[in-house]
Design a protein around this ligand. Structure first.
Ligand SMILES: Cc1ncc(COP(=O)(O)O)c(C=O)c1O
Length: 455
């Protein structure tokens, strides 16, 4: 066996062992960042080492510092697992090592992206012909979509931002709900629009935008505007009322963007599609494949109804490229990049339309089961309307809620992560992993009951 074969065979063994133990290992890392730094630290080695020995060293050193994010009882942040087909395709993606930017160079990677993009657009009921760019995640999807929006609203105001930049350009207002995700603000800063261009609209107790206030805010200013709506608030899972909000935004000729990092996928399920009513009338949609769709990191999708708006910012004309217009690199900020389409395609191909709906329904049913189980534990109160995959809960005081979270992480059965909601400390769960079973729900509720009893 040559080195590559030996290393792949060892990597397969290590990966299989890791996956076999995933349901049993403590879900939160057993060591701190500082301990991991110490474990990996040392001078740059003067000479090389056998690749299999390197892999063994890497796996054994990293192991205590790995979180069980790929496993069934990780409910922190919003982190999906990996469907078997998507994981397999991701391993092949590294093996094939394609640079997915150019149709002519890597036709397989480029074509699979186009098809996977069309399937996503179809499954989510978005307009056929929308441009789909494969990016690292929701953050870059928001950035890519808002870049297209910036171009379009400035063009309507007679300003070509691609040619003239932002100096002396008309001021763009970015109108957002009070509970938008932080990545919207990051994208706005990254786009050079500046934090001061962000204008907040009131939200209700679930974080949904107040449509009457949206109208007031838009009427209170003038000039180009981008309105950011949300499919799935990160704490509560709430969806904005698209059918009411989008027509209001249209009255002011605003670009409408939907951040649906995990919630956009509600549109793929006949049982949850009602949450997204009217959403297809927006101009752009950001989502992740590494959350609800359970594709391995990193994988996000930037969907823009008018491809010309995104190409305006990211089009390329380098003389040494064999490329022609329509290359994948024209739909994303990156130039060279990983062929993320293979894993997205494999996830969708393995699920089919039915399986995708079942996946969404199952994540939502699991969230409802968790909420019901938590409510049955003395002192636990579920604080949000569980409409999708998010569950927030708390105890009688902020201190006890925070301590519950700390002790749950140490207990290792499951991971939930803390947040502040309506001024109170809460613990939040985001059900995002395809493999979570009823037994995992029972184990999680039992861990909460055990820890609360011991507080
Ligand atoms: C609503 C929302 N938008 C954007 C993001 C950012 O996504 P990513 O972490 O994939 O960049 C998240 C992450 O949880 C999210 O929940």
């Amino acid at each position: 066996m040559d080195d590559t074969e030996r290393v792949l065979s060892r990597a397969h063994e290590l990966a299989t062992e890791f996956l076999a133990g995933l349901g049993e290992r403590p879900v939160w890392p057993r060591v701190t960042f500082e301990q991991m730094l110490q474990a990996f630290d040392g001078p740059m080695p003067e000479s090389g080492a056998d690749p299999v020995a390197v892999l063994d060293q890497l796996a054994s050193t990293a192991d205590p510092g790995l979180a069980g994010t790929a496993g069934p009882r990780f409910f922190g942040f919003v982190i999906g697992g990996h469907l078997p087909a998507a994981l397999g395709a991701d391993v092949l993606t590294s093996t094939w090592d394609q640079n997915a930017g150019i149709n002519a160079l890597t036709p397989a990677a480029a074509a699979v992206e186009v098809v996977a993009g069309r399937w996503v657009v179809d499954a989510l009921g978005l307009p056929a012909g929308a441009a789909v760019g494969l990016v690292t995640g929701g953050m870059m999807a928001n950035y890519t979509c808002l870049s297209a929006g910036r171009h379009a609203v400035l063009a309507r105001a007679g300003w070509d931002v691609a040619a003239r930049g932002l100096f002396e350009a008309p001021r763009v207002r970015v109108v957002v709900g009070r509970y938008r995700h932080d990545t919207i603000d990051r994208a706005v800063r990254y786009l050079g629009l500046g934090q001061d261009s962000v204008v907040e609209v009131d939200t209700d107790d679930q974080g949904r935008i107040d449509v009457a206030d949206l109208g007031r805010v838009l009427a209170g200013g003038d000039g180009p505007a981008i309105v950011c709506l949300q499919a799935g608030e990160v704490h509560s899972g709430a969806f904005d009322d698209f059918a009411a909000a989008i027509p209001v935004a249209r009255t002011y000729d605003a670009w409408v963007h939907v951040d649906g990092a995990f919630g956009l996928w509600a549109a793929a399920s006949p049982s949850y599609r009602h949450l997204t009513l009217g959403m297809a009338d927006a101009d752009s949609w950001a989502t992740d494949a590494h959350k609800t769709l359970n594709v391995p990191y990193d994988s996000g999708l930037a969907i823009v109804q008018d491809p010309a708006a995104v190409v305006a910012g990211f089009g390329v004309e380098a003389d040494y490229l064999i490329g022609a217009s329509g290359d994948p690199m024209e739909r994303v900020p990156e130039f060279s990049r990983r062929a993320r389409g293979f894993a997205v395609w494999a996830a969708l191909r393995s699920l089919g339309r039915d399986g995708l709906a079942v996946l969404v329904d199952r994540l939502c049913a699991t969230a409802s089961m968790l909420a019901k189980g938590f409510e049955e534990v003395d002192e636990v109160e579920v604080v949000n309307d569980v409409v999708f995959t998010q569950v927030m809960f708390r105890l009688s005081s902020d201190e006890r809620t925070a301590e519950l979270g700390r002790r749950l992480l140490a207990d290792g059965t499951c991971v939930v992560t803390p947040a502040i909601w309506a001024g109170r400390t809460v613990q939040r769960c985001a059900v995002s992993n395809w493999s979570t079973s009823e037994a995992d729900v029972a184990a999680t509720v039992a861990a909460v009951r055990r820890v609360v009893a011991a507080l």
